[in-house]
Design a protein around this ligand. Structure first.
Ligand SMILES: Cc1cc2nc3c(=O)[nH]c(=O)nc-3n(C[C@H](O)[C@H](O)[C@H](O)COP(=O)(O)OP(=O)(O)OC[C@H]3O[C@@H](n4cnc5c(N)ncnc54)[C@H](O)[C@@H]3O)c2cc1C
Length: 473
């Protein structure tokens, strides 16, 4: 039998795994595995499966199951270490596995171990725009995004192949018995997601799954034509259509990035290309850049000293101070309203704007002075759109150990807030206790280190900001 092992590609349309399964003419079983190690906490107590993420993943699996059931196929969703489970099954009934090409080293190791166990594993590209056998650069991987973009986006356009057609018809295989060391994944996800409220008041959020993703894509592009203002609004912090909100659908593969790209081209064919649609495609190339960078650089993406083997220069704070910083960060209680508002949003919803994420990462690395990898793991727990390549790539970039030609970026949280949330709309939404204060008054709290504010109960800033930040416009 053929096991189609879905990972970050939870969809049936434009699904090379199913197309490949059809060519093998054997009964097919769909499988999703929640790896055990995602549930193991690191030294800080963080695992890889926070509440919003669990809920979105569960919705994605439910939708995938519905799509497969319509086609007469079964989907088994289990929590188990993939190599242990698949080897166990293979020992009882020979099987072959079709799955996405490995990106992170841990995935490559799993696939290698399966092959060692005698299982035939077929890898297909399911997550990228470009095909591995037609990469438009020779030799070493482009060191910066601009070089990558120049290579990829030539005069003939980005070489993206057409999305695959509708899923082929396949013969179903029977589900396999769940061994005692495995557990039903859906129940576990439901338990983890149950205390998470999708719609806290009027906050905008999306449901997971291929159908939800397809609807949202059409709504965003064609019904509301929000892409037209994407270039002007993409750096905002709050609202429904300021950016595309495609990230979680792409991270879980509810939508293939090829399909998204194709729909943007369709939009441009019908309504004309504009700076918004063109810029949205540029952002998709950032995702592409980090995906191929991860494949190229492997384990180095996760090293403290990064791609160039140069550790960040800034010394870490003393242990007791580092512990205090960590605790206050986890409680979204740093005393800096702009940071706290973004932390609250991320922890409550699993999402924060790109601007918010950049500022959080910058504050972590350049102001708190903590190891950037702990920050990346903290994000990984909460983000509903957690994508290993994009998350670690962006963190390394800001820490100055990744692809940034400038060697790291510090953002002034105060100036950033003044610029991107001038009326304090985002601040007031997430920090209701400060609603009586103007945006400017809120920001003056950024400089309250060592002095509790008598007017509000807001805690004093947990650290002093550099003097250059003091100037409020
Ligand atoms: C520290 C940090 C961590 C991040 N972690 C993730 C992550 O785990 N998963 C993730 O998808 N994005 C991550 N990003 C990138 C970016 O913040 C999100 O993709 C974006 O905010 C998602 O919202 P959107 O879909 O509305 O984005 P849009 O602005 O509408 O962009 C469209 C799509 O382009 C891609 N994209 C945009 N910006 C980036 C970028 N800087 N890097 C890679 N891809 C990008 C995403 O797929 C996104 O959905 C991170 C950024 C930072 C600074």
């Amino acid at each position: 039998m053929t096991v189609v092992w879905f990972r970050q590609d939870l969809r049936v349309a434009d699904q090379p795994l199913l197309q490949r399964a059809a060519s093998l003419s054997r009964p097919v079983l769909g499988l999703y595995l929640l790896p055990d190690h995602w549930l193991q906490a690191d030294a800080d107590g963080m695992d890889r499966l926070g509440p919003a993420k669990s809920a979105f993943l569960l919705e994605s699996l439910n939708d995938l199951q519905a799509q497969l059931t319509q086609r007469g196929l079964a989907l088994q969703c289990l929590r188990a270490e993939p190599v242990t489970l698949l080897s166990h099954w293979h020992a009882r009934q020979p099987l072959q596995v079709i799955t996405a090409a490995a990106q992170a080293p841990e995935e490559a190791a799993m696939i290698a171990a399966l092959r060692q166990a005698g299982i035939r594993v077929i890898e297909e590209e399911t997550q990228t725009l470009l095909a591995a056998d037609a990469l438009p650069w020779e030799g070493s991987f482009p060191a910066t995004f601009s070089r990558f973009r120049r290579k990829v986006d030539s005069r003939d356009g980005v070489p993206v192949s057409q999305p695959d057609g509708p899923p082929p018809s396949l013969t179903a295989a029977q589900s396999l018995p769940t061994p005692p060391f495995a557990e039903l994944a859906r129940e576990l996800l439901a338990k983890r997601g149950q205390h998470w409220q999708r719609n806290s008041q009027d906050y905008f959020s999306l449901h997971g799954g291929e159908q939800a993703g397809l609807q949202w894509l059409d709504h965003y592009l064609f019904e509301t034509r929000s892409v037209d203002h994407y270039k002007q609004t993409r750096n905002r912090l709050i609202g429904e259509h300021y950016s595309s909100r495609l990230s979680a659908f792409l991270a879980w593969g509810n939508l293939s990035v090829r399909r998204v790209w194709q729909r943007i081209l369709d939009y441009e064919a019908g309504h004309g290309a504009n700076p918004g649609s063109e810029w949205l495609r540029v952002e998709l190339l950032w995702r592409e850049f980090y995906h191929w960078s991860l494949r190229e650089h492997g384990a180095r993406v996760f090293h403290y000293a990064g791609l160039n083997d140069q550790a960040p220069r800034r010394p870490e704070p003393a242990t007791s101070l580092a512990r205090e910083y960590w605790q206050r960060w986890c409680q979204a209680n740093t005393g800096l309203p702009f940071i706290d508002a973004n932390l609250r949003e991320l922890m409550a919803t699993g999402y924060a704007s790109n601007r918010g994420r950049q500022n959080l990462a910058s504050f972590w690395v350049h102001d708190m002075g903590l190891d950037w990898r702990r920050g990346a793991r903290w994000f990984q727990h909460y983000l509903v759109d957690d994508d290993v390549a994009s998350n670690w790539g962006n963190w390394a970039y800001i820490a100055g150990v990744g692809h940034d030609a400038r060697g790291g970026r510090r953002f002034s949280p105060t100036r950033q807030c003044q610029h991107y949330d001038p009326e304090g709309e985002h601040l007031h939404y997430w920090l209701p206790a400060l609603r009586a204060l103007s945006a400017r008054q809120c920001l003056s709290l950024h400089f309250s280190f060592g002095q509790d504010d008598p007017l509000t109960d807001y805690p004093a800033a947990m650290l002093p900001l550099p003097a250059a930040d003091l100037k409020l416009a």
